[in-house]
Ligand binder design. Structure first.
Ligand code: HEM
Length: 416
């Protein structure tokens, strides 16, 4: 591994200050140091790896040397959720939940997904300026609660909104990275409210009629209510915050490229299968992967061509850097949806928006169907005019989000 120099340190700092986002300094590190480096902070020095070879090692060939479970707020919040447990415990709960997200089940959700997009967008006034980050979250929340817990949260959404945003803020990077035990006021109450709601859904199901959903699968497996709550909260956060970010980034990218938006709207006007829409979704996932890193704890020496990571260290594989690697992607920083159209291939593990291997995203097919259906519906029905886009930058929350907002003026298109 190449050592960092003072000149590199300065460039890293400049990139950070100029972009206002920690992603730019990571990109400078990647360009200057290569596929393997260590973040040079005093109390926080994880190894960062990326690129097809490293991803394959992390996700498949050397995955047994790694744990998903870490000591951090994600684990504190999700407790024994599928995302943060390992071994047979993980495999058991994952198997229970896979049925509800299996591609064969997806047609059952299609109409409901479109209906939720309709329901939210029915409230938009002609010419109103809306924040597509907020509106996307509403749609994604209605969809996930209905699909996995058969619960229509339309009425409860105003009460759930803050507790859910607080849960996301709780697990987002912050000062706790440098000081693990830093006091974190303001979270206890909203997190309790969210828990109370989930336990209420569990109790209602114990005493009510069975449904064909994910909650039922957990109940019938005789898990303790606490463990059911952990899976529900995991699926709720992982299953909606990601889709929210994806939808919002698509609107950002289309707002920045009006010609692509026009072409896309013309293509989906009459056609349910739009290759351009698939290309736009993939390109949004490439440039702004909602989950931009995978977090691991190394339990046995991890060896790559570029270097060795000793046991006990924390390691990230960077999906963001993988997707912007100029050694793989031509004009890596440009939005070019065409690159995914017409069967052009990049090496295996060079496009990993859903991770890979046995612990790849359980909701990958669900999330992509949702994005396709919601976008088709909204782009057919409305025109979107971007406002104040110059301020948008990627924010590292629980996912990579466009901040401060995605303001767009909406108008109904002819015929709607
Ligand atoms: C655009 C949408 C989505 C993106 C980009 C995304 C991305 C990812 C990624 C990258 C991982 C692997 C992380 C790692 O290797 O550390 C992952 C895992 C996971 N995702 Fe997603 N996801 C999306 C949608 C969903 C949905 C809709 C659900 C649930 C309905 C979901 C639930 C999960 C769960 C439970 C895991 C952990 C799986 C395990 O460890 O076995 N995700 N997701």
């Amino acid at each position: 591994m190449k050592q960092s120099s003072p000149a590199l340190g300065l460039r890293v700092l400049q990139a950070w200050l100029k972009s206002g986002s920690p992603l730019s300094p990571l990109q400078v590190m990647a360009e200057e140091v290569g596929y393997f480096f260590q973040i040079p902070l005093p109390a926080f020095h994880p190894y960062v790896v990326f690129g097809p070879q490293a991803n394959r090692a992390v996700l498949v060939t050397q995955r047994d040397k790694l744990l998903w479970r870490n000591t951090d707020p994600v684990t504190d919040l999700l407790r024994r959720g599928v995302l943060v447990v390992d071994g047979s415990e993980h495999d058991h709960v994952r198997r229970l939940m896979e049925g509800s997200l299996h591609p064969a089940r997806l047609p059952d959700y299609a109409e409901m997904m479109v209906n939720q997009a309709k329901r939210v967008s029915d409230r938009w006034q002609e010419g109103e300026v809306i924040d597509l980050l907020v509106e996307s979250r509403k749609i994604a929340l209605l969809i996930i609660f209905q699909a996995l817990f058969s619960e229509d949260v339309g009425h409860d959404l105003p009460n759930l909104w803050q507790p859910i945003l607080k849960a996301i803020a709780y697990i987002s990077p912050g000062a706790w990275i440098l000081w693990r035990k830093i006091p974190r006021p303001g979270f206890r109450l909203p997190l309790q409210q969210l828990d109370a709601y989930l336990y209420h859904l569990i109790a209602k199901r114990h005493s009510g009629a069975p449904q064909a959903d994910l909650l039922q699968a957990l109940i019938e497996a005789d898990l303790e209510d606490d463990v059911i709550r952990d899976q529900m909260l995991t699926m709720l956060i992982a299953g909606h915050d990601t889709s929210t970010a994806l939808l919002a980034w698509v609107f950002v990218l289309l707002g920045q490229q009006p010609a692509v938006m026009q072409e896309l709207q013309a293509e989906i006007e009459s056609n349910d299968k739009s290759p351009l829409l698939d290309g736009v979704i993939k390109e949004a996932l490439r440039l702004y992967p909602p989950i931009h890193i995978g977090n691991r704890c190394v339990v046995e020496t991890f060896e790559l061509e570029e270097g060795v990571i000793p046991a006990g260290e924390r390691m990230f594989y960077s999906i963001y850097l993988t997707h912007r690697d100029p050694r793989v992607w031509e004009k890596a920083n440009e939005f070019q949806p065409q690159r995914f159209i017409g069967g052009r291939q990049t090496p295996p593990f060079s496009f990993v928006p859903f991770g890979g291997g046995p612990r790849a995203c359980i909701g990958a097919a669900f999330g992509q169907l949702e994005a396709r259906l919601v976008l088709t519906y909204l782009l057919r029905r409305f025109s979107f005019e971007p406002l104040q886009f110059e301020r948008i930058h990627p924010h590292m929350g629980a996912t990579l989000e466009p901040r401060p907002a995605v303001w767009m003026r909406v108008r109904r298109r002819r015929g709607w």
